[in-house]
Design a binder for this molecule. Sequence first.
Ligand code: XMP
Length: 302
Amino acid sequence: MNVEKFVREAIDEIQKKVKGKAIIALSGGVDSSVCAVLAHKAIGNRLIPVFVDTGLMRESEPEKIRDLFSYMNLRFIDAGKRFLSALKGVSDPERKRKIIGELFVRIFEEEARENNAEYLIQGTIYPDIVESEGGIKSHHNVGGFPLNYEFKEIVEPLRDLYKDEVREVARHLGLPEEISERMPFPGPGLAVRIVGEVTPEKVEVVRKATFIVEEELKDISKWQAFAAITGMGTGVKGDNRVYGYIVSIRAVDSRDGMTAHPLELSWDKLKKIGLRITNEIPSVARVVYDITPKPPATIEYE
Ligand code: XMP
């Protein structure tokens, strides 16, 4: 791929198609970030990037995204309380995903309406289109659900690119490594890394544990590495028996997320991660390493 030519043609396409205001759901992932930068170069302040902080993102992630895109007309929606209260008392994995997706779509529609956005820009890439043709997932959507809002046109400048090409464009556009080399992160965020009900306390525990895992494994080549809460168990802290969280570490390699293999991490590394998590997060009673490939397990826990 000729990156310079791609960028020139993408900007040209956006300028030709978008006559009014365009909205884009910015997640901080590489696809939507590249798309937002291209669209901003093309139409400047007629682009309305919307970032929804679900309260289910990783440590400092919303703030980093806000800083990085603050030069645009960014709509930063602090919706953590809305998401947590919608999830209260819900432990069924499918219902959790549905609630998050629907709330996300509702917020995005509110923004589209308020800002009179006539065009939708989406970071759909080639594999998304192939997958949706195969019936796996629909790509004309935001947060997994179709929008109930009529746009004049949906513009998808990345539709012919593979993920590695999008990363190449990201580097060319000068996006920081944190974005261009970002690990996949699920739309429903940390909620699918908490088995059962999501509570503010559990979100904090998973967020801190994930930060430790990412920090310890930052130099190791991988598809994804993270922490999850899989249950509760007993432990001993000081002289007391305690009942605390069981944190599971997941570190996998994969080509496309369809299959995955657990990494053969060194024993020293695993021990250090385990020690750091139980020391730095007092409510964690034990740490386990997930050795299951996909299949039969999925990469995420819900
Ligand atoms: P699973 O858990 O199905 O995940 O083995 C495969 C890959 O997809 C990511 N994933 C998601 N990505 N929205 C996304 O954008 C989602 O709802 C979602 N669920 C899982 C997961 O992180 C892994 O890379």
